[in-house]
Design a protein around this ligand. Structure first.
Ligand SMILES: NC(=O)C1=CN([C@@H]2O[C@H](COP(=O)(O)OP(=O)(O)OC[C@H]3O[C@@H](n4cnc5c(N)ncnc54)[C@H](OP(=O)(O)O)[C@@H]3O)[C@@H](O)[C@H]2O)C=CC1
Ligand SMILES: O=C(O)C1=N[C@H](C(=O)O)C[C@H](O)C1
Length: 218
């Protein structure tokens, strides 16, 4: 496929570029703080940058009339609403976590939350020192699944790609459900699955959960 990246030189931009190159896909467009590099119109645009770049991303999706895969965290309600608007014209796949394991974790959390009464629930997330937003988008996603006003603790340590743990504790026992990304490649693999999905689907708003349910689950 011919694809573009917003945030090409970032940690995720690099990881995505490396994986997509290995699979024979062609980077034809990029945009970051150094400006734009245009070779050809992309079929899919991938945004892993910061919310500050969002307006440009929307402009490019309009201009190229291409699919959008967006993993940037910390988006505002207005920005999320805008994604639903453009999804009327093109496929948009948005998620705060593109790893397969987090999809499984969300299901486990839902079960624990439904089965356990009278428990204290805490979410903990740990990320590398360079991460700009706090709490992580994934922690917010987990909180939404729990549907209660749960506390989130955030640690910023060294070079950790992304750890999330949810604790369910009562007076007799504690259950903890954890996910650890061992490298950013796991996110890039989810992005590739999403880009392949985007090429085959119709306009609409999708999450990585939709991609997981439709294409990956046995
Ligand atoms: N959904 C998921 O699965 C995951 C999401 N993320 C999210 O992805 C995003 C990027 O993470 P990461 O790669 O670690 O971050 P980096 O800081 O390494 O990279 C950010 C990239 O965005 C570019 N950028 C920043 N601001 C602007 C702007 N105003 N206009 C244009 N380009 C801009 C930077 O350009 P330049 O290099 O020129 O400064 C850089 O290329 C974050 O929001 C993070 O939370 C991360 C991992 C997984
Ligand atoms: O910034 C990161 O690195 C990550 N961000 C995402 C988030 O905020 O949840 C996903 C992942 O944990 C890595």
């Amino acid at each position: 496929m011919k694809y573009g990246i917003i945030g090409r030189n970032g940690r995720m931009g690099n990881e995505i570029y490396n994986l997509f190159s290995e699979k024979g896909h062609e980077l034809v467009f990029s945009y970051d703080n150094t400006g734009e590099k245009f070779l050809e119109k992309p079929q899919v645009l991938i945004d892993f940058s910061l919310p500050e770049a969002f307006e440009k991303t929307i402009e490019y999706v309009d201009k190229f009339h291409c699919s959008l895969i967006i993993g940037t965290t910390g988006l505002s309600e207005i920005q999320l609403k805008k994604l639903h608007e453009i999804a009327q014209n093109v496929p948009v796949i948005q998620s705060y976590n593109f790893s397969l394991g987090i999809q499984v974790l969300l299901k486990l959390v839902k079960v624990a939350n439904e089965l356990l009464d009278d428990v204290d629930i805490e979410i903990s997330e740990t990320h590398h020192r360079f991460k700009k937003d706090k709490p992580s988008g994934t922690a917010k996603m987990i909180k939404k699944v729990i549907g209660k006003d749960v506390n989130i603790s955030s640690l910023r340590l060294g070079n950790i790609p992304g750890d999330h743990t949810i604790y369910f504790g009562n007076l007799g026992e504690v259950i903890s459900i954890s996910h650890r990304a061992l490298s950013r490649r796991t996110f890039a693999e989810g992005v590739l699955k999403s880009a392949e999905f985007a090429l085959k689907t119709v306009a609409g708003f999708y999450t990585f959960q939709d991609v997981f349910e439709i294409t990956m689950k046995r």
